[in-house]
Structures are given as C-alpha cells and as structure tokens.
Design a protein around this ligand. Structure first.
Ligand code: GAL
Length: 657
C-alpha cells in the first residue's frame, strides 16, 4: 500500500527537508511525488541544469525509507521560456493568448515546448534512472487540466497534419466532414483550421476530430516523455495522473500506455451524495486496466481552495473516502500535498502536514490512516467482480454534447452518474467500459444510455452480448451516428435495432424545466410511475413489446420502455432520460430481471459495499451506527467476525471465507 503525497521541497529552505522526512515517517508515508512543479528550479536557463538540490532531496528521502515517484516537471514552464519563445503560449478559441503567471501555459503541439521538455526529461531520466530511491515516473501533471483546447499557430499546423494523416486525401476529408453542406468543401489541407471563433455553428465532424486531435496531442506529449525515460533504461512503472471523467482526454485509450493508472479526485464534502460520484470515478479508473491495481495520486485531507466555497472534510471523511479507493481496487492513496504551502495560490489548500502543525485534527487523521494502511495485508487485484457494465465512451461523449441537437441539455456524465448512483445504492459492483469491452462472459446486465456515437466494433459487441444471453438496457439517443458524427443509411438504431426490436421516428425533445411546452414525460411500468426528462422518443415497435408506456403528454399511450427477446438474451430500449427516482426504480427492476445479486443484501443505501476479489469493503456514509452481517476476517482489526458495526464514516475490510 502506497501512502504519501506531492512533495514540493523547492518551496522550503533546506533545513525543513530533514524535518519533512522525519514527519513523513511518523505519518506512515511510503512514497512521495517529487518535484512536479520544479522546472524553474531544475533548469534556471536553457541548457543549464541544477540537479544538486534534487540529488540531496532524493538521497534524504531514500535514506529515510521514503520512495520517490519522480516527476518530469514539465507542467509549468519557467519564465525564461516564454521570454525567449512566446510562441509556446496557448491561444483560446477567441484568439486570446494565455500568458504565464499561472501554470500549464504551453501549447501541447508546440515543437519548441516539446523540444525543451524533452531536454529536461532526458537530463532527469539519465541522472536518476538507476537511483534505488526512484520507484515510479510521474510524467507531467494532469495533462489538459486547465487547457481544454488550443488554437495557437502551433496547434493550427499540427491539426492540419493530423487531419491529413487521418484522411490521406482532401476528398476523403470532404466526405468525412460532409463539407458539401454550407460550402465548406476544401481543395487543399492548407485550408484546414481548428474550430476557433466563427459566426455560427461549426461543422460537427470537424468539432469531433478536433476533440480527437486535442486528446492525441496531449497523449503525444506523454508518449514523448515516456519514450525518453525508457530509452534511458528505466525499469520503474511510468504513469501520468488522470482526473476521472475528464472530457478532453480519451483515458481508456491512454490507459494502454500507463503501467499503472493513477487518478486525482476531489469530491465536494458539501454534497451529501458526492461519495457515490466518487465511487463512480474509482470504478471508472479501476475498469481501465482490469486486474491491475490503480493508485489514487491526489486527494485532499481537508478543505480545497478552488471551489466557490471550500468546506472542510468532516472528521473521518477523508479516511472513509480513502478506503473507498482501496475497496475499489487502489493499492494506495496519496494527497496533494505533503506540506501546506506558505505562499502561492494554493496556500489555503489543506495538506497532510497542515500549516498549523502537528497538533491538528488533520495531522491526527493523516497519521492514523497511515498506520491502518501499513497494517493491511496485500489485497487481491480483483477481477470479474462486477456483473454489470455501464457503457461510457469518450468519442460518444464528445459527439453527444456537440451543439445543434434535439435537446442541447443532455449532460452525458450526469446521465451516467445518475444510473451509477442507482446501482451504487443497491450495492452492486459496476464496471465502466467502452462498448467494445462488453462480453456476456463478463456481464449479465449492460446499460448503454445516450450512446449516440457507435463504432462498428462497439455495435457488434453489444449485439453479440444480447444474442449470447445478456440483458442490454439501451437508450435514449443511442446508435444515432457513426464515427464521423453523420447519420447512417436506414434511419436510427441501424446497428442495435435488431437486438432491440425497435426503431426511432423522432427524438421528441422536451422543454427545459420552467420553459413553455411539455417538460416532463411520465411513464408507467412494472416499476411504478416515474418521470422522463429531456426526450420522449417516438419508438416504432419492430418485434419488441412495450414494458412501460408514456402517460399524458404528446406520447400518451406510446411505448416508453420496450423488451425484445433476441438470441438467448433480452434487449430493452428506454425512450427517455429518467430522473433520479426514475433511474433508481428502473435500475432496480432491470437488476432483478437480469438476476444480478448485490455484494451484500439488506444494507441501507447510505452504506456502501464494494468487492475486490474475496475482500468486501463496507463504509457507512450515514449519520448513525450500522451493524452489518458480514462473516470473515476483518483485515483492519485482524480478527474473525460475523458482523461489523460501523460508526458514521466507519469502514471495514472483510476477507470472505
Ligand atoms: C490538482 C493538481 C495539483 C493541485 C490540486 C489542488 O489539479 O494536480 O497540483 O493543484 O489540483 O486541488
């Protein structure tokens, strides 16, 4: 179990370092992410490096038994760089150059930025690759976090090259983007630009490719650094920290290039249900490398600084959220950051070692958690723990939130999280995967809401899943376009229609809450009467039978949820986006129909249960004590149990016999 945080010794005089190491040992710290924002300190001028101080810190940590996750420090270019090369600065869609004085002020596709970053990484890798204290490489930091797109001259050039490499000929590009529309036909790749400020809507194919390009540019930066580290002879795992459901980077694609997937997560302690969305994020990350433990690279011990208001974590909440990670497949939790900064934009951001020192609640909680993690035996990697998959696809996310749709109110992640919360309340383990990963040997029930863009392989996997005996709950606004964000011949649901036994005539957009027109679409089914929102699609039955029908409104009496026997499985199609209570009711019904059992039965909804191999983690997010029947070995207490009693924020990890 790794335990620790970002360590930024460059913010402190050297005398503090020895105290840091002593305190880290006291807190049970095993590893720190070192030097993430130290570029200006490591390289005071082009061609001039200063590693002496880093040598001393790494040695000090190593002597103290603290392992180093060594950062490549390329996330915040030093001031000399933009002075010499202002062209490395990124540009917004409105043409505003984003200047220095903050961080991440570089154009990811800039050849100059890439050259300078590679010089630093080469020097770092060659110097530390064989240091016994360096156990992992932390490439850059949160790629794209503050820079969701870039329209700099470097980006324009790189986008043209990217488009040319993807399509080969201008004719193929014109075909893919449908440029016959609005006189957008290109005659040379030199005419292609990023979708920056324009009088009206952009070409959707171009928008989608720009998203792909943006993710690819960031990934190229990562891969460039990774190659340099490997070329220097590294044998340590290499990673960069993800941010859960982060739209600009297609993480499932990136995960192939990570030796270990690492994640940063900051659930809002003011949101009573944020632990469920946190669990969604853990399961998303866990699903990216099945069977390989992941690492929580950043969380906060107490209050943040970057929300409009920054509530502290309640006593015990930090440990409970940490154990949520462990229970859902993490082999360690780290924080931003080790020692609270004295100056700078994040000085109010809580840390492991608070500004107010060691006589604080946070310090007591930090040391207590360190001791608990140290006492845990190695846990199973955890595979095939989930019988339910929630389909999440980045390309579909990009396309479904493109403008000019029947409803422009659809928030893809919010829809997925709503379904996830319903499953979480029912203590069911869920994998969150792209459609291509769906197989009947892994899953009994698959939910595919708003899977607007579907690739042929994904469509084939979902079709086979149903044919082979799975239960698929799809829709609405699913299987609408191909990879170009264009319609296919034959209407909608052209690939999944066979399994679902329906087609769609109209998407039936509903009015925004408070606006004129029908805003809600109630439906009646075996799960009671629930509310649909955003869309009430006009479904045509082509072999399927209605399970639920719309009541009142423009679709009154029409099918709202359909069922179709296909091969040895069942295809359900839902023609609306249910609200929270609706998703809850429908998920409960679908789980029962698909015969999916919870990790533990009979728990209150505020108690979370997760499975990792034969280890069950239960966490009480409610405000009163709960006793849970759970037989096995309590791994924290080190005793056999048949029940565990959990105080608020209490948790137990029990190895089932
Ligand atoms: C992360 C970042 C850290 C720190 C933290 C604050 O996005 O990687 O450097 O800024 O947020 O919560």
């Amino acid at each position: 179990m790794h335990y620790g945080g970002d360590y930024n010794p460059e913010q402190w005089p050297e005398e503090v370092w020895a105290e840091d190491v002593a305190r880290m040992r006291e807190a049970g710290v095993t590893m720190v992410s070192l030097g993430i924002f130290a570029w200006s300190r490591l390289q005071p001028a082009e061609g001039e490096f200063d590693f002496a101080w880093l040598d001393r810190v790494i040695d000090l940590l190593h002597e103290g038994g603290i392992a180093v996750d060594l950062a490549t420090a390329t996330a915040s270019p030093p001031p000399w760089m933009h002075e010499a090369y202002p062209e490395i600065l990124p540009v917004t869609a409105d043409g505003v150059t984003l200047g220095p004085g903050s961080r991440q002020h570089y154009a990811p596709s800039s050849p100059i930025y890439r050259r300078l970053a590679s010089e630093l990484v080469t020097a770092l890798a060659e110097r530390y690759v064989n240091h016994p204290g360096v156990v992992m490489w932390h490439v850059n930091n949160e790629y794209g976090c503050h820079l969701h797109e870039d329209h700099s001259p470097a980006a324009q050039e790189a986008f043209r090259a990217w488009v040319e490499a993807r399509y080969g000929t201008v004719e193929a590009l014109n075909e893919a983007w449908g440029t016959a529309f609005w006189s957008q036909r290109y005659t040379a790749f030199s005419q292609v630009r990023t979708p920056a400020a324009a009088p009206y809507s952009h070409n959707p194919g171009q928008l989608l490719d720009f998203k792909r390009f943006t993710s690819d540019m960031l990934l190229e930066c990562y891969l460039m650094e990774k190659e340099i580290i490997l070329a220097a002879g590294a044998t340590q795992p290499i990673t960069t920290n993800f941010m859960g459901p982060f739209k600009p980077a297609n993480y499932p694609q990136w995960a192939e290039h990570m030796d270990v997937v690492t994640d940063d997560a900051y659930p809002d302690p003011d949101e009573p249900e944020s632990f469920r969305d946190a669990a969604f994020q853990r399961d998303l990350i866990r699903s990216m490398k099945p069977g390989v433990p992941w690492l929580l690279m950043e969380q906060v011990t107490g209050a943040l600084n970057w929300r409009p208001t920054n509530a502290p974590k309640a006593p015990g909440q930090m440990a409970a959220l940490s154990m949520q990670c462990i229970g859902r497949g993490a082999d360690g939790v780290l924080f931003f950051q080790w020692r609270q900064s004295r100056a700078g934009a994040e000085k109010f951001h809580a840390a492991m070692l608070p500004h107010a020192g060691t006589g604080t609640r946070i310090w007591r909680e930090v040391t207590a958690l360190g001791a608990e993690l140290a006492a845990l035996p190695p846990l199973p990697a955890g595979t095939a723990d989930a019988r339910v998959a929630l389909v999440m696809d980045w390309e579909s996310w990009w396309a479904v939130e493109s403008p000019d749709h029947p409803s422009n109110m659809l928030d893809y992640v919010a829809v997925l999280q709503r379904w996830y919360r319903a499953l979480h309340r029912r203590h069911v383990m869920v994998d969150i995967v792209p459609p291509e990963r769906v197989t009947v040997s892994d899953y009994s029930l698959v939910l595919a809401p708003a899977l607007y863009l579907l690739r042929p392989e994904g469509a084939a996997a979902l079709d086979a899943f149903v044919a082979d005996g799975g239960h698929l709950l799809a829709g609405p606004f699913t299987d609408v376009v191909d990879e170009r964000d264009a319609f296919l011949d034959g209407g909608f649901l052209t690939r999944l229609g066979a399994a679902l036994g329906v087609s769609i005539d109209d998407f039936g957009a509903l009015a925004r809450p408070g606006a004129a027109g029908q805003g809600e679409a109630p439906l009646d089914g075996p799960f009671g009467t629930v509310t649909g929102t955003l869309l009430a699609e006009e479904v045509v039955l082509r072999g399927a039978a209605p399970v639920a029908t719309f009541v009142t409104g423009r679709r009154d009496g029409d099918a709202a949820l359909t069922e179709h026997a296909y091969g040895s499985g069942v295809g359900w199609y839902l023609a609306t986006v249910p609200d929270e209570a609706g998703a809850d009711a429908i998920a409960g019904w679908a789980l029962e129909r698909a015969g999916v059992a919870p990790v533990l039965a009979g728990l209150p909804a505020t108690v979370e249960a997760a499975q990792r191999g034969n280890v069950v983690t239960v966490i009480n997010h409610g405000d009163s004590d709960v006793t849970v029947a759970l037989a096995g070995r309590d791994l924290l207490a080190g005793v056999q149990v048949t029940t565990v009693t959990l105080a608020p924020y209490g948790y137990a990890l029990v190895e089932r016999l």
